[in-house]
Design a protein around this ligand. Structure first.
Ligand SMILES: Cc1cc2nc3c(=O)[nH]c(=O)nc-3n(C[C@H](O)[C@H](O)[C@H](O)COP(=O)(O)O)c2cc1C
Length: 549
């Protein structure tokens, strides 16, 4: 069974088209596999085969999550095997193994649509004891760094010489096939959302070490591909491409912020001259279905090198801290997506405000960048059970200046009543009173979790504006949605609740409900928060029993 190959198109696919073609509708889902070939499920772990691997330790930190999320300073750790072990064990590592009957599967610190994990991570490191300068691939399966290539001194100097003390580069990529196997054409959206979650997860873990993570969003994808060795196509299976997404600079917060970083001009040539270790493993054997629309979308959204322009977020007062004493690593590893919610449990109003407050971008507070761009996504909330708030639909414009524009775009009947008792800087408005549980669940592809949580929400993007920078703006918007989702996941845990990202929803049915009639605003992601009902049949086991923490 092979999906029809689309005739070659002369014009590039626009992101408007990709987005439109991958919408779920009440009367039909976006194109995906008719049946799932479970024996062909892609390997969630990249393995480059025989290459030198360095075991990372599992190290702990006693920093409380509430302090981390509120931006309390943490002394910067020196770069080395221990600190990298700590970073990755809270960012991208396996956080637990789950077992039900004979089935056993790992879950990680970062969530992923369908637990399929399309995101891969690479570190370009300067010379450190036990870690010679070079490019390393992170292996969550055994919490190791596998070396892909070693940098000669001159190249290490060209890459790291201008960086702050202990600075290094961290690259992220996506393997869309892992998601497409299950979700077909819509899967590339999930890769982008997952990438935002992974970046957010890395930012929280880095903050624990007193490090900042700056996305080098001005670089071209081709430059990132060269650095990460992803342009070495002969070392990858042709039908399982891995694409560059983002290169980040990681540096101690007590060093000056880096000026715009540029990669050496002749980098690709210098890297080609090196010996590289290993070859990417095959992830699936059969590939019954193919989804050329995704390759087309990737090609069309490829990013060239651009100027570094940031329209900065409005300054805000510090967020109201979470009332949670848990050390951050414990909270991060305990984060889980709830599969079912207690439809009777309510959320405290102050915790609701705290969660929303932490969803606003503030400089240097994880998961946001040190100089976050102004928010491009706004929240439309279905409040089911928040003690002290009437049930109904609310909106939180994540920057105040967009409120009147949103008001004009949305349904006339909405009331736009400011919510009393809400912190002044949190522009939350009540749109309409309603019991929206059934609608919320129906619009989230009939998933009860959207109606049984205390609240659920839709992330409404400034879609046209986001795409005005170029087609890669689609990736930027999706990434912001993933970052926001990560803040909500960890915030929910800090309120002793759970969250679940919802990638499956009926796009235009939601737009109709909100009265949105054109593409200026589009929902990119949904989320739900509440009291989880745990499945007693599932047992949890330690992530790396072979490693002592
Ligand atoms: C982008 C994204 C979309 C998701 N969509 C859904 C969804 O529609 N329904 C659902 O039940 N879970 C959804 N999830 C939750 C994943 O299934 C969950 O993250 C995964 O099973 C791993 O479990 P964990 O989050 O507990 O680590 C989504 C997660 C992400 C990151």
């Amino acid at each position: 069974m092979t999906a029809a190959i689309h005739p070659a198109r002369s014009a590039r696919l626009s992101m408007h088209d990709y987005h439109r073609r991958t919408k779920h509708h009440l009367d039909g889902y976006a194109k995906g596999p008719d049946t799932l070939d479970w024996d062909d499920q892609p390997d969630p772990f990249r393995d480059y085969g025989q290459h030198p691997c360095v075991q990372l330790p599992l190290t702990e930190s006693g920093v409380r999550f509430a302090n981390l999320a509120a931006g309390r300073p943490v002394p910067s750790a020196p770069l080395g095997r221990d600190s990298l072990g700590a970073l990755l064990s809270c960012a991208l590592a396996i956080s637990s193994w789950k077992q039900q009957g004979a089935a056993r599967w790992p879950v990680r610190c970062n969530p992923s649509s369908g637990n399929l994990h399309p995101t891969e991570a690479y570190l370009a490191l300067p010379d450190r004891a036990e870690l010679p300068a070079g490019l390393y691939h992170y292996r969550p399966q055994d919490h190791q760094l596998g070396r892909r290539c070693r940098y000669p001194a001159a190249l290490a100097d060209a890459l790291f010489g201008e960086l702050p003390r202990d600075g290094f580069l961290l690259g992220l990529s996506s393997v869309p096939w892992r998601e497409a196997w299950k979700y077909g054409e819509r899967a590339w959206r999930y890769c982008q959302l997952d990438l935002g979650h992974a970046l957010g997860s890395i930012r929280y873990a880095a903050a624990l070490l007193g490090w900042r993570v700056t996305g080098l969003a001005h670089l071209a994808d081709a430059e990132v591909a060269a650095l990460l060795g992803l342009d070495r196509t002969a070392e990858f299976e042709a039908d399982e491409p891995e694409y560059p997404e983002l290169l980040c600079l990681v540096s101690p917060v007590d060093t000056p912020p880096a000026a715009a970083y540029v990669l050496p001009q002749d980098l690709a040539i210098r890297l080609k001259a090196l010996s590289w270790y290993g070859k990417a493993n095959r992830l699936s054997t059969r590939h019954h279905y193919r989804w050329p629309l995704i390759d087309e979308a990737v090609r069309s959204a490829e990013k060239p090198r651009t100027a570094l322009i940031i329209d900065p977020a409005t300054p805000l007062p510090a967020p109201t801290p979470y009332r949670c004493d848990l050390p951050a690593p414990i909270l991060i590893r305990r984060r889980r997506s709830a599969q079912a919610y207690d439809g009777g449990a309510a959320l405290d109003k102050d915790d609701f405000f705290r969660l929303l407050d932490h969803a606003l971008p503030r400089p240097g507070l994880p998961p946001w960048a040190e100089r976050p761009a102004r928010a491009s996504l706004h929240l439309v909330l279905f409040v089911h059970r928040v003690a002290g708030l009437p049930k109904g639909v609310y909106v939180l414009p994540r920057r105040p200046d967009i409120a009147s524009e949103l008001q004009i775009a949305m349904r006339d009947a909405f009331q736009w009543q400011p919510v009393p008792e809400c912190p002044d800087h949190l522009p939350l408005f009540h749109l309409v009173g309603a019991d929206a549980r059934r609608s919320a669940a129906r619009l989230a592809c009939q998933q009860a979790i959207a109606g049984d949580g205390a609240f659920s929400l839709a992330m409404l993007s400034e879609f046209e504006r986001g795409l005005a920078i170029g087609p890669w703006g689609y990736r930027t918007l999706m990434r912001e949605a993933g970052l926001l989702g990560q803040a909500l996941y960890l915030g929910a845990e800090a309120c002793d609740l759970q969250g679940t990202g919802i990638g499956c929803f009926f796009d235009d049915a939601l737009h109709d409900l909100f009265g949105l009639q054109d593409q200026r605003y589009q929902v990119l992601y949904q989320f739900t928060v509440g009291k989880a009902v745990h499945d007693g049949r599932i047992r949890q086991q330690r992530p790396y029993p072979q490693l002592v923490d």
